[in-house]
Design a binder for this molecule. Structure first.
Ligand SMILES: Cc1cc2nc3c(=O)[nH]c(=O)nc-3n(C[C@H](O)[C@H](O)[C@H](O)COP(=O)(O)OP(=O)(O)OC[C@H]3O[C@@H](n4cnc5c(N)ncnc54)[C@H](O)[C@@H]3O)c2cc1C
Length: 556
């Protein structure tokens, strides 16, 4: 197979919310820049936005809320495991971002007094600004390309290219043909989302996940392989969603007066949906299925909720509920906990970054769910997409051109050919993914203990052996699936190693160790960072202090 070579000033890996925004900002600053985007799907509708988006979850509206109050709210929501500067920076730029989106035609509804419609989603302050824009992804992808970004669709970033310790582009794989695409660049922005395909959803479908299933932790694995620092990988995230459809609705219904109930009609949530303790306890004790009731709300509010759910969130829901004969005026909506994921957007996992979206590798920036800015949501993806672009454009202008490392390309060719080698291989790639994710569900996520976590580490070794010599792939598409599974296994190991090390429990179901059931702030009110060691598959762990406003820089 031929190799395709591309040359760029800036390579963006992942053309979702953060990636498109980064491309737009880079080209606003320097229209002459050659910006290339590797996108695993089709940039027009790939990524989380297309899974449903009804709000900018964090906007500090002047004279209403403040970035300082947001910092208080996010510290509470992440039980103290949050660096001050990136979250503050995001909130500080959030209103300017909203205004910019408005100039592009994105609609943020206002009340009769002209004030933005907001809801309370965080423990403090109404930071969630409602948004009605079903075509948001089409809009930003088109804008990035109109400005000159070159989207290379159906190409999965596989390895970062390095030049003397500096990020120098990436090697990608076409997910249909298996063709290698090598892009040399002077800086790289990683925006490949989180790890959506971690455990299996309860439907059992590999791709029936809450988050965009193309996000298979590739960004975490690529960055780690290249030597970047990860953090928070012990904190998996799982939440209550619409049973079988696996679509979120708590923020849409509860904040508008809906109630979450158990089978005894005890109210577990009403008006505010940040605290999941009661819901988790009810589910654990078998008082489920939990349900959302909105039948007591006014017809106007019910119609508003239907509007959001059936248009901006995900139109398929209308048919789903009709098919099941569910009318919100008469019936409750059944909930079920979804699969576990690793995510810097909804959770606490990702690359270590500072408020300038810099990673620990020169020339490598990270934005969106791949980066750990706790619970940054769409606001973080957009703000840090912009911040990363601003920094990358400056870095490119101040540094020499990188050189292409041919050895890395040869290694990628060798690996690809090895994966294709036939001789006696019998395991189907889809069956392997099913088993890997089933065992991550059994051994890696809460409730956790040392025995289970060590069992996963044994299984991971076995899976790696099977990937090397027993998995059968017959075309380029299966090759990309196999690479994804390698990344899923790798993320399982990141999570298991960090979970073994953090000998306490924290953040509810996200890290619940039955052998260390208590939260231990004396020893563990800190980050746990992961870095590649010398030996193959070695993961080094290191505690890092929480960054306060006046404290040390993240990369000191
Ligand atoms: C169902 C749902 C509803 C949400 N609702 C809201 C909301 O209402 N308000 C809010 O503020 N936030 C919301 N969020 C969160 C928000 O959407 C995300 O935090 C944000 O969109 C993440 O942006 P991102 O660019 O990091 O990831 P994405 O937008 O998911 O983009 C990642 C992109 O990378 C591509 N990719 C993955 N791997 C590779 C690879 N190896 N090589 C190349 N490309 C790759 C993917 O195809 C994808 O296009 C929601 C999320 C979900 C899943």
């Amino acid at each position: 197979m031929a190799i395709r070579y591309i040359d760029a000033d800036l390579l963006i890996v992942g053309g979702g919310s953060a990636g498109c925004m980064a491309a737009i900002r880079a080209l606003e600053l320097n229209p002459g820049l050659r910006v290339v985007i590797f996108e695993k799907g089709d940039i027009k509708y790939s990524g989380s936005i297309a899974r449903g988006m009804d709000a900018l979850n964090i906007v500090a509206i002047p004279n209403f809320t403040t970035p300082e109050l947001y910092l208080e709210a996010i510290s509470m929501a992440s039980q103290g495991i949050v660096d001050a500067k990136p979250s503050f920076e995001m909130a500080r730029r959030s209103f300017e971002l909203l205004r910019k989106l408005e100039t592009w035609g994105v609609y943020f509804p206002t009340d009769k007094d002209g004030k933005y419609c907001t809801l309370q989603y965080h423990p403090k302050g109404n930071f969630l600004a409602q948004m009605e824009e079903p075509d948001l992804k089409v809009m930003i992808s088109r804008k990035s390309q109109d400005l000159g970004a070159v989207a290379v669709n159906r190409v999965m970033g596989h390895r970062l290219l390095m030049d003397d310790g500096r990020a120098a582009g990436a090697i990608g794989v076409n997910v249909r043909s298996g063709e290698l695409v090598v892009c040399r660049a002077n800086a790289v922005i990683l925006s490949a989302g989180g790890q959506a395909r971690f455990t299996l959803p309860n439907s059992g479908y590999l791709y029936g996940t809450f988050d965009y299933p193309g996000n298979s932790g590739d960004g975490y694995a690529m960055a780690f392989e290249a030597g970047a620092r990860l953090t928070g990988m012990e904190h998996t995230r799982r939440t209550m969603l619409i049973k079988d459809a696996n679509i979120p609705l708590l923020a849409i219904t509860i904040t508008r007066g809906g109630k979450m109930l158990d089978i005894f009609d005890n109210i577990l949530m009403e008006w505010s949906c940040h605290d999941h303790k009661k819901a988790n306890a009810a589910f654990k004790h078998g008082y489920g299925p939990l349900r959302i009731r909105i039948s007591h709300l006014t017809e106007e509010t019910i119609q508003k909720i239907e509007d959001v759910l059936f248009t901006t969130e995900r139109p398929v829901q209308k048919r789903f509920f009709e098919g099941r004969g569910i009318d919100f005026r008469k019936s409750d909506i059944e909930l079920w906990p979804t699969e576990d994921q690793l995510c810097g957007g909804h959770g606490l996992s990702g690359l270590v970054v500072n408020e300038r979206a810099q990673s620990s590798i020169p020339g490598l920036y990270a934005a969106g769910d791949v980066a750990c800015v706790p619970k940054q949501h769409l606001t973080g993806a957009f703000v840090f997409g912009e911040v990363a672009a601003e920094q990358a454009v400056r870095f490119v202008s101040e540094n020499l051109k990188t050189r292409l490392n041919e050895n890395q390309v040869e290694q990628a060719v060798t690996l690809r050919d090895q994966r294709f080698a036939s001789g006696g291989r019998q395991i189907d790639v889809r069956q392997l993914e099913f088993k890997v994710r089933r065992l991550i569900g059994d051994y890696v996520v809460s409730p956790k203990n040392a025995y289970k976590l060590n069992r996963w580490m044994e299984w991971a070794e076995r899976f790696r052996g099977e990937i090397d010599s027993q998995v059968r792939i017959t075309n380029g598409h299966e090759l990309s699936k196999l690479y994804e599974i390698e990344n899923i296994v790798q993320c399982g190991c990141f999570c298991a190693r960090a979970s073994l090390e953090r000998k306490e429990s924290r953040w509810g179901n996200s890290h619940l160790r039955t052998d260390y059931p208590d939260q231990d702030d004396t020893n563990w009110l800190c980050h746990l960072d992961l870095e590649k060691g010398e030996a193959a598959n070695e993961v080094r762990l290191k505690r890092r202090s929480i960054q306060m406003f006046e404290g040390e820089e993240v990369f000191s």
